[in-house]
Write a protein that binds this ligand. Structure first.
Ligand SMILES: *Cc1c(COP(=O)(O)O)cnc(C)c1O
Length: 410
């Protein structure tokens, strides 16, 4: 029996939310109070298996001792210093990111506080590669790059842009096909922005060979290849970064979400000649790269490395895909994504209903759109969490009228 939760009833917090929060998001699904590992609890002590992890943010799950220790140690020492000073955690993280991205000695790192800010920096980098004849920035239809004006201009969703026109100029959105790429990339393009897997769109993979062809064409035409790894990065897909599946290197990569296990951070990492574009005074952020965020990111990345969580993401991703396929539910049409970024394509447009049924059954999954479920569990999940997932997801499938049918052998 929990004695802390009597003060606010469910209706109280819903009313407060509706009266006081800006109307930018829909009604919250629950009021969460605490978490541990891959589980979170709400104000009524109901337990949920968290297979969204704050949208690919809580890489180590909730209340991980490594995160607690790093935050506690750093905030007791030095939390913030401004960009007139540097700190050891900041420099250590810059070097670490150069190593794991493969940017190496020629790489450079810019720190900020979120994904949108990382893409804003990348947008400015693209402008620095522009000229009188090289003016275009290319990104994909149905892509997502964030909500600030530059990031929104990159985002390939006109309905998101519509209330805020005009957008910063020069961005065009193309279909996610090799043919569209080949007919668009030429010497008039300054940069090509891509998500290795379109997360927000419902975990949509790029066509086979797409990234390799994008690398060839951008190299040939002096176009910056800028990869948005904000959702796919830091181990989520079973490699440190999504582009490593394709064996290519970009000119720049943007990072955020999972990098510091829940502490806000973002980064732009440049490779080769792209590292020479920004000059002193051209960009900056008050909070960006502060010792609290960078020390936490170092601890999280260290744990991902030493605990072998990139490999765990790959293995658990395979296991989950196999076990979901074995449910043989007539609702599941397609299993997409890599590692622990998993999308389910549904045969009926009832993703919201399925996610709500899952929540009832104690499972957090995300309806990315009406016919896609997105899952991004913490990288720490074990076989136990996979078992709990299958039990609760099966209950949700049954509740929406598409029960698993595991006896049928395919
Ligand atoms: C979440 C996300 C962003 C935006 O990040 P914020 O931290 O919400 O600003 C940008 N690009 C991709 C691919 C994302 O998944």
């Amino acid at each position: 029996m929990n004695t802390e939760v009597t003060a606010q009833t469910t209706t109280d917090w819903v009313d407060t939310f509706n009266e006081s929060m800006m109307r930018t998001m829909g009604q919250p699904l629950a009021l969460l109070t605490h978490g541990r590992g891959a589980f979170v609890w709400d104000e009524n002590e109901k337990e949920y298996l968290d297979f969204l992890a704050g949208i690919a943010v809580n890489s180590l799950g909730h209340a991980h001792p490594v995160v607690i220790e790093a935050v506690t140690r750093q905030i007791s020492t030095l939390a913030h210093v401004s960009n007139y000073f540097s700190t050891k955690p900041q420099l250590e993280l810059a070097e670490r990111l150069k190593r794991i991205t493969g940017a190496g000695a020629e790489g450079r790192v810019y720190f900020c506080n979120s994904g949108a800010e990382a893409n804003e920096a990348a947008f400015k980098l693209a402008r620095l590669n522009s000229s009188a004849t090289r003016t275009k920035i290319v990104s994909l239809k149905n892509s997502f790059h964030g909500r600030t004006m530059g990031a929104l201009a990159l985002t390939g969703k006109s309905e998101m842009q519509a209330p805020f026109l005009p957008m910063p100029a020069g961005v065009m959105h193309i279909d996610s096909t090799v043919e569209a790429l080949e007919s668009t990339i030429n010497d008039t393009v300054a940069a090509l922005f891509l998500e290795p897997i379109k997360g927000e769109a419902g975990v949509i993979d790029l066509p086979e060979g797409y990234l390799a062809r994008a690398r060839e064409l951008t190299e040939e035409h002096g176009v910056l290849l800028i990869l948005d790894e904000i959702q796919t990065g830091v181990g989520r897909t079973g490699r440190w970064f999504g582009y490593q599946h394709a064996g290519i290197s970009p000119d720049a990569v943007t990072l955020a979400k999972g990098m510091a296990g829940g502490i806000p951070i973002g980064a732009l990492v440049t490779f080769g000649r792209a590292s020479e574009l920004f000059q002193r005074g051209m960009h900056g952020s008050t909070f960006g790269g502060n010792p609290l965020a960078t020390a936490t990111a170092n601890a999280v990345l260290d744990e991902i490395e030493t605990a072998g969580l990139v490999g765990n993401a790959e293995r658990k991703g395979h296991l989950l895909s196999e076990r979901i396929a074995a449910l043989n539910s007539p609702l599941i049409d397609e299993i997409r994504g890599k590692g622990l970024l998993i999308g389910l394509g549904l045969t009926e447009p009832i993703a919201l209903k399925l996610a709500a049924a899952a929540l009832d059954a104690g499972l957090i999954i995300n309806a990315a759109n009406e016919s896609s479920i997105r899952m991004a569990p913490p990288l720490i999940i074990r076989d136990l969490e996979v078992d709990v997932f299958i039990t609760r997801f099966s209950a949700a499938l049954t509740a929406v009228g598409y029960p698993p049918n595991p006896l049928v052998v395919e």
